[in-house]
Unconditional design. Structure first.
Length: 167
């Protein structure tokens, strides 16, 4: 399986926020933004794997600034790491006020996806070809997050076997 470059699967999705996306004060619901983050990340993961993918986890989702009705949101998604069957995708969300041109970094998220074969079972994904200093940094940080997830799973398994050891 040939390695693929980060830029070969990266995606930018744009969406204007409308009144149905917001509360009565005009602030866009976080859940609306979360759904669009998941969609953008899924597209990047599927482009890399060239198959269906499913969200396995969201490690982190941080909202930095509010989003308002009328803002144009950009969801910039790209792979940070590819494992055997899973991939970490980073998504950066920027809001542009179409009238003033002001752009705000409004949210960031890291999501893990698993590639699926035609029977819904995990399947291998191509390796990720890391080319730039930024990609090296993102890959290094993704590996640290992966190790933290695996350590937490091990801790949870230990606690299930011996609940007294986790008090």
């Amino acid at each position: 399986m040939d390695a693929k470059k980060v830029r070969d699967s990266s995606v930018v999705i744009a969406q204007v926020m409308i009144p149905q996306d917001a509360n009565p004060a005009g602030n866009v619901h976080g859940g609306v933004i979360m759904k669009l983050i998941d969609t953008a990340a899924a597209v990047a993961a599927s482009r890399h794997a060239r198959c269906n993918t499913v969200t396995a986890s969201i490690d982190r989702l941080d909202f930095h600034h509010p989003v308002y009705v009328g803002d144009l949101l950009f969801f910039k998604a790209g792979l940070n790491m590819a494992g055997r069957t899973s991939m970490e995708v980073g998504v950066r969300v920027e809001a542009e006020n179409i009238i003033t041109g002001e752009v705000r970094h409004t949210a960031s998220a890291y999501l893990t996806f698993v590639a699926l074969d035609e029977n819904g079972r995990p399947r291998e994904v191509p390796p990720l070809l890391i080319e730039t200093e930024e990609e090296i940094r993102r890959n290094r940080e993704a590996k640290i997050r992966r190790e933290a997830r695996l350590a937490e799973k091990r801790r949870e398994a230990t606690c299930q076997l011996d609940p007294g050891s986790c008090q």
